[in-house]
Design a protein around this ligand. Sequence first.
Ligand SMILES: [Zn+2]
Length: 339
Amino acid sequence: MTTFNDKTAATSLTGAKTGQFKRLRRMRMTEAFRSMVRETELSRNDFIYPLFVVPGIKVRREIKSMPDVFQLSIDELVKECLEVKSIGIPAVILFGVPEFKDEVGSGAYDEEGIIQMAIRSIKREVPDLVVITDVCLCEYTSTGHCGIVRNGEIVNDESIELLAKEALTHAQAGADLIAPSDMFDGRVQAIRQILDENDFPNIPIMSYAAKYASGFYGPFRDAAESTPKFGDRRSHQMDPANSSEALREVEQDILEGADLVMVKPALPYLDIVRMVKDKFGMPTAAYNVSGEYSMIKAAGRNGWIDEPRVMMETLTSIKRAGADLILTYFAKEAAKLLR
Ligand SMILES: [Zn+2]
């Protein structure tokens, strides 16, 4: 006999037997109820704000394909960091655009390089802000590739030695956390080793552990001036079609010494974020990349979507998928809304 009795419905999870239903709407009727049963809550502490550093003084140049995001000279960068700190964002991640590029990306591991100087300036003026540095060569090589190219091939072992050198100069300049983004094999181990040998055993590593060869990086390459001159990054970044491979990549980085692991991009790979979080239980970051940002900005500017609402929904979805930390160009706007 069918009844509309809640007591019997409660015996199964949804009470979805024929003719019975549960009034799930009850707890959605008022904002007070909704906020009492809300499962995912964004916090300013979740955000890491990416910044692009360029040579010069008083440079504050908006990136055409990324509205409200700027290339900043070091003096402007410090001002930006003061603001970031004042609105309650705990960390920034730095990307450098050097004055000169060469085949071996020597600007990346120059003690007087753009990032090394930027770190020292930020640490002097905003000592409590966590400074994370992206470690890769693509912004510094004349080829635009993430490593050394020999006979048309991006070589692994020689490149990771340079990445380790780069990481060490960042640590020496005062970086709080090192984030290798290259996706070469063995880089986390090489970086851990050089940091330990040079008295930096307490500097953690956040590896870009599952980084996909993605079309969503387009606007970033304008910002970091790092478009490859030939070929692409498919020989080291992952195939978008793969998920079990992502778990092998993440596992390898953890075994090599990663303290935090990252999935990049975020939105098209929320399933990977969830799998990584569930399988390894590590502090997990997701990078809400430039293309994801620019699409929302563009639609917002056209009046096609309610931009702040879509921004918050997007960031919430990344956290709901399992990310503890979100690298996002929306950090400042979102933090202001959360205040
Ligand atoms: Zn790279």
